[in-house]
Ligand binder design. Structure first.
Ligand code: HEC
Length: 109
């Protein structure tokens, strides 16, 4: 009985950790909420919309190498003229956008 209880306690602990793990990454949460439907969860752009809009593959090191962090920040904040990329300056704070830039940099495989 004691063993069973310990097991339950331990599983609950790990389950909780997992839940916390997902919730406690606000940057991923922002990416998933605002960017994923076009740029894909992994940044590859391999979504239906992404393919239609010819979105670039951020998992390819050469792609993001073309842009400075400032470029990525500005394009996220103000959008890219003439494309479906809208600015997120009203929805996201500068800090959140800066964090997303780092998040994109980390997508390179
Ligand atoms: C409606 C689909 C859509 C959504 C949602 C979207 N993007 Fe984009 N994004 C695009 C398109 C289209 C481009 C332009 C691709 C091109 O022509 O180079 C683009 C371009 C960019 C660029 C410029 C670099 C490049 O690929 O040319 C950055 C940086 C970027 N997006 C980041 C983001 C971030 C961060 C989010 C979420 C906060 C986001 N995007 C949400 C469609 C989208």
């Amino acid at each position: 009985m004691k063993k069973a209880l310990t097991l339950i306690a331990v599983s609950a602990f790990f389950l909780n950790l997992n839940l916390l793990g997902d919730d406690s990454d606000p940057v991923k949460a922002n990416w998933d909420r605002h960017c994923k439907k076009c740029h894909a969860e992994d940044g590859s752009g391999a979504t239906k919309i992404g393919e239609k809009l010819e979105i670039k593959d951020y998992t390819d090191a050469a792609v993001l190498a073309e842009f400075s962090d400032e470029d990525l920040f500005t394009m996220t904040k103000d959008g890219v003229d003439g494309t479906k990329m809208k600015g997120y300056g009203k929805k996201l704070s500068d800090d959140e956008i800066t964090a997303l830039v780092a998040y994109m940099r980390a997508m390179v495989k």
